[in-house]
Design a protein around this ligand. Structure first.
Ligand code: ATP
Ligand code: MG
Length: 585
């Protein structure tokens, strides 16, 4: 391909919102352009790189026997109503109505569509296991699209769905998928960190996220120094510094010896610091009570239900754990006005004793408290000596605690530390969540009707590509790993005329014949400009066709690997075979 025949609008300037290297370099390198917030177009060079990632993924999916299909991007809303996610997906899901009044969804993911396809064809256990995948457009109306294609609204995902007649079969597919993911990321030149993940709105059980360490990562990961435990903070557990939670009966007995609940006047004392100073004690003595609005809870209250979450004063409520405990997609702190309406007191005086009309969810830490201080649901008052089982009984006790650096590992007691990460892929055992709600059935060997088990597995192509750039660049530009590079060789005639032009053209066609992907910079630009752009575009091998080396006997070329210092002289005649060899490496 000739530079002047394609469309690679390189730039020196970058837009101010391009704060990370991949966004800046893909933009400057003429690979992507922004159409609107969160909507990016790939130009020819960017698309070639994206296609390379796609090829790697396709090869690895095919290698484990996954079958490629192409469902539609727009799917009937009916399917989402069947699964129950019409409500729980919230505003991230883009919906529309067509001219006949049918609800439509622009796929944010495709469990529903694929389950519906399989349901309609499935009859016998002999058809299982079955793993289907697509590499297709997704749309999520992200609140804050940012970092270029890392978090866009429209993006490409490889999403696979597997269907099974038993747990062992699901386990095997899940493990094969995990191994394929490891190979995919390795081939892309990425060092990923597999971690246990929060199940979020998906529901189900076992799952693993493939994270890449990144300063701008949206995920906080907790890792154990000693045993290698790695988990997303949304799910990370840590060792408790209190005895195992007592049963309610035990707690009641225990609280008999505690002083009685006492209402204390605490004018203007609202937050934990002020409380500590007022009561002259430390944060561990307090029962913090927070009011949350939950996005639709499965099989329960609809969108907008409120709950109270209680936790020991020195700890923080983990909203992802709270949402997961209630099978809701999201937990959002209630507004000041909502808190006032629900608790009957201004913000800062919510508490567990005497709280009515709203479910109370308590962290396990609270069950160890026999003499806690908590808001008295009245302006300017707190209760002292609140005891679990006597003064308050939560509707649900769960692990709601946010693990943090310095906490002890629940597995081995080692110290936990934090890293920021970005999720590139996710594998997940769903169990029968969708197959059950969407009534997929098959007949087993003995003719019994059963619900198949299911797994779901996703990789974001755009985010993977951007992460490759994050991991492989320097001050001058991108340094593509060979397998992902949009072209393998960039051929730079220092001047595209006369003997240089003839040599460049001859070499280009010889390279193409040898199966090498070559971009010829035939622009009427100074060599310096071409070299700068070659560094920016990051094509692995740069071949310079210049007068000096061509006039040598035998005529030669300068070959340089992007990212390495020196260059080598290669005889013109031998160059195609040598480069064909090099790009295979
Ligand atoms: P995140 O927590 O980053 O929003 P997610 O948990 O919503 O990710 P999944 O639903 O598991 O992601 O989707 C599978 C993959 O799709 C992700 O691992 C990621 O690579 C990609 N992906 C998800 N959202 C986006 C987005 N807004 N832009 C680009 N890629 C995305
Ligand atoms: Mg998301």
């Amino acid at each position: 391909m000739y530079f002047t025949q394609t469309f690679i609008p390189t730039l020196r300037e970058v837009p101010s919102d391009a704060v990370i290297a991949s966004h800046r370099l893909m933009f400057r390198g003429g690979m992507i352009r922004k159409l609107a917030n969160g909507l990016f177009a790939y130009l020819p060079l960017g698309l070639r790189a994206l296609r390379k990632v796609e090829r790697i993924i396709r090869e690895e999916m095919d290698a484990i026997g996954a079958l490629e299909i192409k469902p539609t991007v727009v799917v009937p809303g009916e399917l989402w109503k069947e699964s129950g996610r019409w409500d729980s997906m919230g505003e991230a899901m883009l919906r529309a109505e067509n001219r006949t009044g049918n609800d439509l969804v622009v796929s944010p993911t495709a469990e529903e569509a694929v389950t519906a396809l399989v349901r309609d064809e499935l009859s016998s256990y002999r058809q299982l296991p079955l793993t289907l995948y697509q590499i297709n457009t997704k749309y999520r109306d992200e609140i804050r699209p940012r970092y270029g294609v890392m978090r866009a609204r429209e993006f490409v995902m490889k999403d696979a769905y597997s269907f099974h007649a038993g747990q062992a079969s699901l386990d095997a597919a899940y493990n094969a998928m995990g191994a394929a993911y490891r190979r995919i990321f390795k081939r892309c030149g990425l060092s990923v960190l597999p971690v246990k993940a929060d199940s979020g709105a998906m529901g189900g059980n076992s799952s693993e996220e493939f994270m890449i360490e990144s300063e701008i990562g949206d995920n906080t990961l907790l890792l154990c120094e000693s045993c290698g435990y790695a988990a997303n903070v949304e799910k990370a557990v840590c060792a408790h510094d209190f005895d195992p939670p007592p049963s309610l009966e035990e707690a009641k007995t225990r609280s008999l010896s505690s002083p009685a609940l006492e209402k204390v006047s605490t004018p203007g004392v609202k937050n934990i610091d002020q409380l500590c100073a007022f009561f002259k004690t430390d944060a561990k003595k307090f029962i913090k009570t927070l009011i949350y609005r939950m996005a639709a809870m499965e099989g329960g209250a609809g969108r907008g239900a409120f709950v109270a979450a209680a936790i020991r004063g020195d700890l923080a409520v983990n909203e992802a754990k709270l949402a997961a405990a209630l099978k809701a997609s999201e937990a959002v702190l209630a507004s000041e006005a909502e808190v006032e309406r629900i608790t009957g007191a201004p913000l800062g005086f919510a508490g567990v004793a005497g709280l009515t009309g709203i479910p109370l969810i308590a962290d396990t830490s609270v069950t160890a408290m026999t003499d806690g201080i908590t808001g008295a649901l009245a302006d300017g008052f707190h209760y002292a000596h609140a005891a679990y089982g006597r003064d308050f009984t939560p509707h649900l006790i769960a692990d709601l605690r946010t693990a943090k650096a310095g906490d002890r590992c629940a597995r081995c007691g080692g110290a936990l530390y934090e890293k920021k990460g970005n999720e590139l892929g996710h594998i997940f055992k769903l169990g029968d969540k969708y197959t059950r709600s969407m009534k997929a059935r098959y007949l087993d060997e003995s003719g019994q009707s059963r619900t198949p088990l299911m797994g779901t597995y996703g990789i974001g192509l755009d985010r993977t590509l951007a992460s490759v750039v994050e991991e492989h660049h320097d001050g001058d530009g991108i340094i593509w790993p060979l397998e992902v590079a949009p072209y393998q060789v960039i051929l730079i005639p220092v001047k595209y005329e006369g003997a240089l032009k003839a040599a460049a053209d001859g070499l280009a066609s010889a390279l193409e014949q040898a199966g090498v992907e070559v971009l010829v910079d035939d622009r009427e630009e100074r060599p310096g400009v071409k070299f700068k752009d070659a560094d920016l575009l990051g094509i692995p091998y740069r071949v310079v066709v210049g007068d000096k080396t061509l006039s040598l006997d035998p005529p030669a070329l300068e070959v340089k690997r992007r990212g390495e210092k020196g260059c080598r002289m290669v005889e013109l005649d031998k160059a195609p075979a040598l480069l064909a060899e090099l790009v295979k490496a």
